[in-house]
Design a protein around this ligand. Structure first.
Ligand SMILES: *Cc1c(COP(=O)(O)O)cnc(C)c1O
Length: 224
């Protein structure tokens, strides 16, 4: 199956109000163009350098999502064009995004990445950390950012009950933080969860945005 077919099959399966982020990490520009020519415009990458490079070589109406751990010294590479930074995983990173966005005269949309998986390798804020970030955000300390919701990655496992529990934990903390910090602010509404192996469960649990790589582009040669 080709990239265009994969994408159109997914689009028949996924409710149209859910955004599909085509995760193109490690894939060549020619593959991204195949998806682009079907009309798809939302792509995700997990490395700042690769994201900046691909942005430079592809049409400018692509909405680029940063979905991987972002080092503070790489923030400025993507600030001029990035559509949504999904991976705010520390207050320090959020501060650097604010500073670089101010310099660039942009307001940058962000999601808070919350750690829901058991694996130690996965980045993310604890719910308490997320709360600290939100307190400081709501006090007006980050005027060049806009927090639009949360992102989480479930444990990589065949145990779908565990995956469902992790997503449902994320939904619960999303709902309680929204109630507490955004009752007057409807823009906090995105819940980015679900990848190739678990997007169906994520949709059942209330995902608004899925990040899908291998089901669209095929298996990657390595998993970074
Ligand atoms: C690679 C990646 C994905 C997509 O993974 P697939 O299993 O290929 O769909 C989604 N989210 C993040 C954060 C990733 O790094």
């Amino acid at each position: 199956m080709g990239i265009a077919e994969n994408l159109s099959r997914l689009k028949t399966e996924i409710p149209h109000e859910v955004r599909i982020i085509a995760v193109s990490k490690t894939m060549p520009v020619s593959d991204i163009l195949q998806a682009y020519h079907t009309g798809h415009r939302e792509f995700g990458e997990n490395k700042a350098q690769e994201l900046a490079e691909k942005h430079g070589r592809l049409p400018s109406d692509i909405a680029w999502h940063m979905i991987g751990h972002l080092q503070t010294n790489k923030v400025k590479l993507i600030i001029p064009f990035v559509h949504l930074i999904q991976s705010i995983d520390s207050l320090k990173l959020f501060g650097v995004v604010e500073a670089e966005a101010a310099k660039a005269g942009r307001r940058i949309d962000c999601l808070l990445q919350v750690r829901i998986a058991r694996e130690e390798t996965k980045f993310g804020l604890t719910t308490d950390d997320a709360e600290l970030v939100l307190k400081s955000y709501r006090s007006g300390a980050f005027p060049h950012t806009r927090i639009k919701g949360m992102m989480g990655m479930a444990t990589f496992t065949d145990n779908m009950l565990q995956v469902r529990n992790e997503f449902s934990k994320l939904v619960a903390s999303f709902s309680s933080l929204r109630l507490k910090y955004f009752s007057d602010e409807p823009s906090f509404r995105e819940l980015s969860m679900g990848m190739s192996g678990d997007y169906k469960i994520a949709l059942e649990e209330g995902s608004t945005m899925v990040r899908i790589g291998s089901l669209i582009f095929g298996e990657r040669n390595y998993t970074p």
